[in-house]
Ligand binder design. Structure first.
Ligand code: FES
Length: 141
């Protein structure tokens, strides 16, 4: 009997931790991309607040954002709040605005934090890992 009580305690106490909720709409993908910020194709990332869409990597490409002049952030370009559709690839709003929008239902996201800016949106942008050494940037997952 003591063993049953101990087992029940262990099972229930281990289940009490809050599970990290995974985005139900976007699948896990593996990729490894290297970009060179010195190339003209990446001019939009040469200043703080600059952003651009890069089609290589992720599920539907990457949204790249220069946070403060030195830190590049990389987000999945698929809208995280609905299943993948033809209209759900996010676009950066303009060269200096740190937001991206989805053409399906007009959800908007911050490129600085990944947080949704539209009421009713639950999930944030998926974040990818970035390693930076001068102009060389590696983005991977
Ligand atoms: S797919 Fe982007 S808002 Fe619905």
């Amino acid at each position: 009997m003591k063993h049953l009580v101990l087992i029940a305690f262990l099972v229930f106490s281990s289940c009490s931790k809050t599970a990290v909720e995974r985005n139900p709409y976007l699948y896990e993908t593996r990729f490894d991309q290297n970009i060179n910020l010195a190339l003209p194709a990446f001019n939009n990332l040469s200043y703080a607040g600059g952003s651009m869409y890069w089609p290589n990597g992720g599920i539907r490409g990457l949204l790249l954002y220069n946070l403060n002049g030195n830190t590049i952030m990389a987000w999945e370009a698929s809208c995280p709040n609905h299943e993948l559709k033809s209209c759900s690839t996010l676009q950066t709003d303009d060269l200096v605005s740190p937001t991206a929008s989805c053409a399906c239902e007009d959800y908007q996201y911050s490129l600085a934090t990944g947080q949704p800016l539209t009421e009713g949106a639950t999930y944030s942008l998926l974040f990818y890992k970035v390693q930076q050494s001068g102009a060389a940037v590696r983005i991977y997952n």
